[in-house]
Ligand binder design. Structure first.
Ligand SMILES: [Zn+2]
Length: 292
């Protein structure tokens, strides 16, 4: 009887000790999992896409490089006003061409806590049939022309990472800037934006800040949705400008310049103010979460 009691006591004690150890390790594991790599947001690099000889996409009334610059400058001013203590650095403040690796290189050099690249979307060309003239008998004679699909619209935000080749339309378009750099083969270590296999290499590159980049990208999309914009979601793409980021980095497509209605919106003062508000709210929410 006495022995059984001691045995029971030993078993209970062992169970208690193991429970305590497991609970402690669980807490530690959770702490490790959720510990952010970057805890403060003090420096933000804002990157206006394209510039100079790289006009990128265009719509009926505007070029992507000019819309991106206007929104980027307004975003920087709004961050300085609404998030005091945060330093803003621009990759360009005028209509100049800046190489993609130099943009992210600046962010790495300045030890930025966030990198945000502003772009406008465009759809691949579609064949459109139109009437050239009518015959004397009143029959139409058709011709064909290629125009960007004018129907597609909405916002989407990219982070660096895996994207299947067939889904890399945006990546191919945004990486095309590299071709304007004479020495691009040296600068991107064998990456060739014309070669689909290069995108596989980019996709496989490990990004230490993937989770935080996705968190910020999701917050940005949430804000667009709150303002009634169409949500095309967060996607991982093999994007040269984000690939070497030593911090959470996103590329946000603020609307389709190939859609006449969205082109008007992203060019208007009200539209740009709404986009800037969305981005500042997302950054503020991200900053709050990181600095808990
Ligand atoms: Zn672009």
């Amino acid at each position: 009887m006495k022995i059984t009691n001691s045995k029971r006591f030993i078993i209970s004690l062992t169970v208690l000790i193991f429970t305590l150890i497991s609970l402690t390790s669980f807490k530690l594991a959770n702490k490790l999992v959720y510990k952010p790599l970057v805890s403060k947001v003090k420096v933000i690099v804002i990157d206006a896409g394209h510039g100079g000889q790289d006009g990128a996409t265009h719509g009926a009334i505007s070029k992507e490089k000019n819309v991106a610059l206007s929104v980027a400058l307004k975003l920087g001013a709004a961050i300085e006003e609404k998030l005091p203590g945060v330093k803003v650095i621009y990759t360009r403040q005028t209509d100049v061409f800046v190489k993609l690796y130099e943009r992210i290189g600046l962010a790495n050099k300045e030890k930025a806590d966030l990198f945000i690249s502003i772009h406008c979307n465009s759809m691949p060309l579609v064949r459109q049939r139109y009437v050239i003239k009518y015959t004397s008998g009143g029959k139409p004679i058709y011709g064909y022309r290629s125009i960007p699909n004018p129907v597609t619209r909405g916002t989407e935000t990219f982070v660096a990472g895996f994207g299947r080749i067939g889904e890399q339309d945006a990546a191919i378009r945004e990486n095309a800037s590299i071709l304007l750099e004479k020495d691009y083969k040296k600068n991107y270590e064998g990456f060739d934006p014309k070669d689909p296999e290069s995108y596989i290499i980019f996709s496989l590159m490990k990004n230490a800040f993937r989770d935080q980049s996705i968190k910020l990208a999701s917050l940005v999309q949430d804000e667009y949705v709150k303002s009634g914009r169409i949500n095309r979601g967060v996607q991982e793409k093999g994007l040269a400008v984000l690939q070497r980021a030593g911090m959470p980095a996103i590329l946000t497509e603020i609307g389709f310049i190939s859609n006449p209605e969205e082109e008007d919106f992203i060019n208007s003062d009200e539209g740009q103010a709404e986009i800037v508000d969305n981005l500042v709210s997302a950054i503020a929410a991200y900053k709050k979460q990181m600095e808990l």
